[in-house]
Ligand binder design. Sequence first.
Ligand code: 5GP
Ligand code: ZN
Length: 113
Amino acid sequence: MNDCLFCKIAAGQIPSKTVYEDEQVYAFYDIDPQAPTHFLVIPKKHVSCLDECTEEDEALLGHMLLTAMKLAAEQGLENGYRIVINTGDDGGQTVKHLHMHVMGKRSMNWPPG
Ligand code: 5GP
Ligand code: ZN
């Protein structure tokens, strides 16, 4: 998946502002933040979207969610935050590599119209 933007970001081939990294996941600040705190958590392996996940990815998905939760706490989002996974064209997914948005520090209109 040499052409995938987020694979390149996870591999350090395209610069990003790192929030966290371990063997399975990479977290970095969104380039176009929709909230004062807005970062993305992605798997290092290429998974194009949530619908591509199988039971084999159960542990990975759990790890992504727990990582997002821990990072939210570290980022001072003690009053709460939103986690969003846009999936597929109708879900508004623009980058075809699975990612969780973590957004906080502002009350936002939700759900979107
Ligand atoms: P989606 O709409 O696919 O759920 O979200 C993709 C997100 O990736 C958007 O919020 C967009 O701002 C972010 N994004 C796109 N390209 C880059 C990039 O090159 N660097 C970073 N840090 N974020 C990006
Ligand atoms: Zn990828």
